[in-house]
Design a protein. Structure first.
Length: 140
């Protein structure tokens, strides 16, 4: 139970770190060999392995979107009564963002986060809308 409560808090604090644009705080809970997968068919799409590659992806994300706000609606855990530090979390979020060209967009999604030994070892984003608006806002 304590591990589950801490995992929920850490997931929410991770999104808060992105909202503050604090990449160091965001990456603090990631394992060195973690993976991150981002959907779609934009230049940012793909699977990124290792903390340096993940840091580069999120640095580009923050550079691409000088304004962004995540709102986390729910954090669900596979093992809601877990005592330890291993679990799978699903974070349901919405995002409002503005790119460097001043274009705005709103989207929503779920991120599946696998935690082992209190570290994120894998995260996969499932974004609700990866259509024309998604591609437009990510355009380089």
């Amino acid at each position: 139970m304590i591990g589950a409560m801490i995992t929920r808090r850490r997931v929410r604090s991770t999104y808060a770190a992105l909202n503050r644009r604090d990449l160091g705080a965001f990456l603090a809970g990631w394992a060195d060999d973690a993976t991150f997968t981002f959907p779609g068919d934009v230049a940012a799409s793909g699977r990124f392995v290792g903390r340096p590659a993940i840091a580069a992806w999120f640095r580009r994300f923050l550079d691409t979107f000088p304004e962004l706000v995540f709102t986390v609606h729910r954090v669900c855990l596979e093992r809601g009564a877990a005592l330890g530090w291993n679990n799978v979390a699903a974070a349901h979020w919405e995002i409002a963002l503005r790119n460097r060209r001043g274009e705005t967009n709103r989207n929503a999604g779920v991120t599946m986060i696998r935690v082992a030994r209190a570290r994120v070892v894998a995260a996969t984003d499932y974004v609700f809308d990866t259509g024309p608006d998604f591609r437009r806002i990510w355009r380089d």
